[in-house]
Design a protein around this ligand. Structure first.
Ligand SMILES: C[S@@+](CC[C@H](N)C(=O)[O-])C[C@H]1O[C@@H](n2cnc3c(N)ncnc32)[C@H](O)[C@@H]1O
Length: 309
C-alpha cells in the first residue's frame, strides 16, 4: 500500500527521526530539509500543511533526514550559512562560519568606524585563512574604504570565497591569494603597509579533534581545525611575521579558543622577532569566554589601549 504523506506528516516524521540523535534543533532541521526538497519557504509549510507530497519528494526528503541523522551538517545539505546578516554559500571542504567569529568582525568594524584609521583613503586589510570568505566579505560589505587581501592554502576555500564575493557584489574590494600564511604577500610588496591583519586560524589541538561533535570532527575540513599539538602553531607563526607587514598604526586581531587568551596575549606582548605590539586586549564573546585577541602597534591615545567602551 502506498502511504500518502502531507507536509505536516513529513515534518513530524523528520522530527521524530532526528529527535533520537543529539541535534540542536530537530524541528527546524526537519522543516528546512523539507523546504529544500520542495523548493518553498518555511511559511509555505505552515500555510499548506495538509498538502499531499509527491512520493518522489518524500523519498528525497527521507534520504536527507537519514543523511542529517548520520551527523552530516545541515549547512552542507542546504549549501548556506548566514553570517553577519549575509548569506554565504558553503559546501564540504570549507569551514561553516560560526557566530563566535562575528565578535572579531564587529570589533574591527567598530575600530574603523570610531576613526582609528581616519587619515587613510583606503584601509588595507589581510585576512589569513579565508574559508568561505565570511570575515573578508563581511568587512568588505560593511566598511567603505577597504581593500582586503584574503589568503588560504585550500583551493576549495578560495573557490567558495570567490563565488561568495560575486554573489555579494564585492569582487572589486578583495584580492584572493593562494598560499601559506603571509607567503603570497611577498611578491606584492606589501611590507609595512597593512593596516589590519585579521585571522580566525585553525586552533584546535590535534588530539582534541576526534573528541569534537561528530558534525565537526567527521565532516569539517581538518585543515581548518588543526592548530598543532597545543593548538597554538598558527598564532606563533602569524605573530612572528605580522611585524613585517603591519603599518606604523597597524592592528593584529585574531579569534582564539576560549582557553587560549593568556598564551596568545603573552605571544603578542613578548614577540621577539618584531617590535612588540604595544597594547594587547582580549575581547570576550556573549557567553563571557575569551574570543578575540587584539594587538595595536601603537597605543591609541596617551598610552591608553581602550578605544572601545
Ligand atoms: C578556522 S578556518 C577559518 C575560515 C573563515 N575565516 C571563517 O572564520 O569562517 C581556518 C582557515 O585557514 C586555512 N588555512 C589552514 N592552513 C593555512 C595556511 N598555512 N595558510 C593559509 N590558510 C590556511 C584553512 O584552509 C581554513 O580555511
Amino acid at each position: 500500500m502506498v502511504v500518502a504523506y502531507t507536509i505536516a506528516d513529513l515534518i513530524k516524521k523528520g522530527l521524530e527521526a532526528l529527535e533520537e540523535g543529539e541535534y540542536n534543533n530537530p524541528l527546524l532541521d526537519s522543516q528546512l530539509l523539507l523546504c529544500n526538497v520542495l523548493n518553498v519557504d518555511k511559511i509555505y509549510t505552515y500555510t499548506h500543511k495538509d498538502q499531499v507530497v509527491d512520493s518522489h519528494f518524500v523519498d528525497k526528503f527521507l534520504n536527507l533526514i537519514d543523511k542529517r541523522k548520520s551527523g552530516y551538517p545541515i549547512q552542507y545539505i542546504l549549501k548556506n550559512q548566514e553570517f553577519m546578516g549575509l548569506d554565504f554559500f558553503v559546501k564540504e571542504g570549507v569551514l561553516i562560519p560560526r557566530p563566535d567569529t562575528e565578535v572579531l568582525v564587529e570589533y574591527i568594524i567598530d575600530i574603523v568606524n570610531k576613526g582609528y584609521f581616519n587619515n587613510k583613503d583606503t584601509i588595507k586589510i589581510v585576512d589569513i585563512g579565508t574559508g568561505s570568505g565570511a570575515i573578508t566579505l563581511s568587512l568588505a560589505h560593511y566598511l567603505e574604504n577597504v581593500h582586503i587581501y584574503s589568503i588560504d592554502v585550500s583551493d576549495i576555500a578560495l573557490q567558495v570565497a570567490t563565488e561568495n564575493s560575486k554573489k555579494l557584489g564585492l569582487e572589486s574590494k578583495v584580492t584572493f591569494l593562494n598560499g601559506d600564511l603571509f607567503e603570497p604577500l611577498e611578491k606584492l610588496k606589501l611590507q609595512n603597509s597593512i593596516d589590519i591583519i585579521v585571522s580566525n586560524p585553525p586552533y584546535i589541538p590535534t588530539n582534541d579533534i576526534a573528541g569534537l561533535q561528530k558534525e565537526v570532527a567527521e565532516y569539517e575540513p581538518k585543515l581548518a581545525l588543526d592548530g598543532g599539538d597545543d593548538g597554538l602553531d598558527f598564532y606563533r607563526r602569524i605573530v612572528k611575521d605580522s611585524g613585517k607587514y603591519l603599518s606604523d598604526n597597524g592592528v593584529l586581531a585574531m579569534e582564539i579558543g576560549y582557553n587560549q587568551g593568556a598564551a596568545v596575549r603573552k605571544m603578542l606582548e613578548e614577540d621577539k622577532g618584531n617590535v612588540p605590539l604595544s597594547c594587547v586586549e582580549i575581547i570576550k564573546d556573549l557567553a563571557g569566554h575569551d574570543r578575540v585577541v587584539v594587538g595595536f602597534f601603537k597605543a591609541i591615545e596617551n598610552g591608553d589601549c581602550k578605544l572601545l567602551p
